[in-house]
Structure formats: C-alpha cells, structure tokens
Design a binder for this molecule. Structure first.
Ligand code: P6P
Length: 332
C-alpha cells in the first residue's frame, strides 16, 4: 500500500476543506524546521551544540545552546513565507512580528522550540511543541494581545518528539495523526493514523518530589494509585516521569496514562509550572482530539481565557476516566 506522507495528508485535508492552502504551507514549513532541529539534536556533542548558551530566557531559565538554535530555526523558516502575522516563543519575551520586507499572513504561530531541554545534555528525548491561531483582521498589527485567545480557538496543534525516532504528531481538528521521519527520504510518513488515548490506564506521570507541596485532591489521588491492588482503586499502577512533557505526553497518547503537573505551593505565587499558550493548549487540543481530557483540576484547559502570553497553568491530561476522577476530587 502506498505510504501516506505528510504532504499527501495535508493535501487531502485541504481537499476536505479542513485547512486552507496557507495553513497547509504553514504546517509543511514547521515540519521542515523540525527536520533541521532533529538533525541538530541528533548530532549533539559532535556538533558542539550541547551545554548552556550563556543567556536566560523570559522565564529566567538558563538557555541551552539548542534552545536558541531551535528557536532561530523556527523563526528563519517561517518569517518569509507570507502565511504568518507574528510568532511567539517560550524563548522570547515579546512576539516576533513578521518584518516589513516580507508579506504578512492570516495566522499566528506559537512554540516551545525545545521542550525538556534540561534533558538534552544527558541524551534523553526532547521535543518541539507548536500551536496555530488565527491572526487579527488583516491590517491590524499583531501584538501580545492578538495571541491571547482561548485554546479552543486553535486551528492546529502538534509536537515533534526527538526520540529513537523523530515523530511529528499533528491535529488540524480532524483527529490526531502520527508521522515518523524517514531519514533516508527526508519525508514524514504516516505511521500512527487516528491516534486515540486509551480510556483506562495503569500508568501515571508526575514529579513525586513535589509531593509535600501538592493540594489535597492531588495528594488523595496519588495516594490511592500508590495503594495499588489493596487500595480503593483495586489494581497496581506504574509511574513514569521523563521530565520532557513531549515524551511523557507521547507515551500517554500511545499507551494511555495521566500526566500531571498540578498547582503546588512550592511557590504560591505561581499558578503552575507549564505554560498555557505553547505547552498546555496545544497538548490539550491533541489529547482531546484523541478522545482524552485536559483540565487544570478545576477547569477545561481549552476554555481558559488567557491574560498573559507566558502565563502558567496546572496541567492534568490523558486518559479521560482518570482526568475526570482527579477533577472530581477537586470539587469535593
Ligand atoms: P520538573 C521541561 O522543563 C518542562 O517544561 C516540561 O517539559 C516537563 O514536563 C517539566 O518542565 C519538568 O519539570 O520540575 O520535573 O523538572
């Protein structure tokens, strides 16, 4: 059977009028940038791109060289095509407005260029997360306010996971498709069609070192899982924590589970660790499109009306039954 490539999938989505030609171009350009990032990540120490960049990002976190390289790769790939009005990134304080020497388009692209980069120096999977929004009416200059749209308005979302294989997982609102990079042809091939999050699971994903800071509903939920067969859940569970959201979410999308980065009181002023606009929202769209659920514990992530480009939120996502249980515990 003929292999379905990303290009063929996107052309078919355009024919079904799920995406426009410009949106198809956007996703193909992002996919090309992901291939370049995959090459840089996989060359690692040989290319001399490991370690710190000697700068901090807007979050006050030390940037890795590869954070900067991935960010620049996405900017350079997308700025000239005429499909975007602006871009926003975890690595940049302000949005990047398309320079006047290039045509502006009708979309906004947001991304975490290299998620999990603290793992890069120890050769553990990292990823890129992206989200597509509609730009303000043509003519109006795109600024931070233009990006502040609820996650349910996303037109597309996806991530790359740079693991043993490089995969691109994508939704344009018509289910979730997984593509694997064929390094010999340089193309993305559809290998995981119509991905679904298994309803039930035996795996959970949380950084248990924060236990003492969790709120009571999360304490209760995790204690019940740890009680295993003899506890209220009546079965044993397993825990995984890669500390790369993309890797943890990809595992959950593939074999089920619940991923939690809940609000904790380590820093009471912080609503959570993960960023709404370019981590939680795209992942929530993907998980919901695959039949799962994504909440903060108190509300659906995709319904949050953002007030800051880099705002953080608690994240509980994955197998629907588990997310609904955790969310119910927050109502008690
Ligand atoms: P911690 C990576 O820095 C990240 O943003 C997510 O990819 C990951 O899930 C989380 O932070 C890991 O956080 O506190 O376990 O290092």
């Amino acid at each position: 059977m003929a292999r379905i490539t990303l290009t063929r999938y996107l052309i078919e989505q355009q024919r079904k009028q799920n995406i426009t030609a410009d949106r198809r171009l956007l996703i193909e350009v992002v996919a090309r940038a992901i291939k370049s990032i995959s090459v840089a990540v996989s060359r690692g120490a040989i290319a001399g791109v490991l370690g710190e960049a000697g700068s901090d990002n807007v979050q006050g976190e030390a940037q890795k060289q590869l954070d900067v390289i991935a960010n620049e790769t996405l900017l350079e790939a997308n700025e000239w095509g005429g499909h975007l009005a602006a871009m926003a990134s975890e690595e940049m304080d302000q949005p990047y407005v398309i320079p006047t020497d290039y045509p502006k388009g009708g979309y906004l692209l947001l991304f975490d260029p290299l998620d999990g980069s603290s793992n890069i120096d120890v050769n553990i999977s990292v990823g890129t997360i992206f989200s597509v929004l509609r730009a303000p009416d043509s003519g109006a200059a795109a600024d931070e306010k233009s990006f502040l749209q609820a996650g349910r308005t996303q037109l597309a979302a996806g991530y790359a996971v740079y693991g043993p294989a490089t995969m691109l997982v994508l939704t344009v609102g018509d289910g979730v498709q997984g593509f694997t990079l064929d390094r010999e042809t340089g193309g993305f091939v559809l290998t995981h069609a119509d991905m679904r999050v298994p309803e039930e699971t035996r795996e959970y994903s949380i950084n248990a070192s924060n236990r003492r800071f969790w709120e009571a509903p999360v304490q209760r939920y995790i204690e019940e899982l740890e009680a295993g067969k003899s506890g209220p859940r009546g079965k044993d569970y397993n825990m995984r924590w890669v500390a790369s959201m993309v890797a943890d979410v990809h595992r959950i999308l593939t074999r089920g589970g619940v991923f939690m980065y809940p609000k904790d009181n380590k820093d009471p002023g912080k609503a959570g660790k993960l960023r709404l606009m370019y981590e939680a929202n795209p992942m929530a769209m993907i998980i919901e499109q695959a039949g799962g659920a994504a909440t903060t514990g108190r509300e659906r992530i995709l319904d949050i009306e953002p007030d800051k480009l880099h705002q953080r939120v608690p994240v509980i996502l994955g197998s629907r039954a588990e997310v609904e249980r955790v969310t119910a515990y927050h109502k008690v």
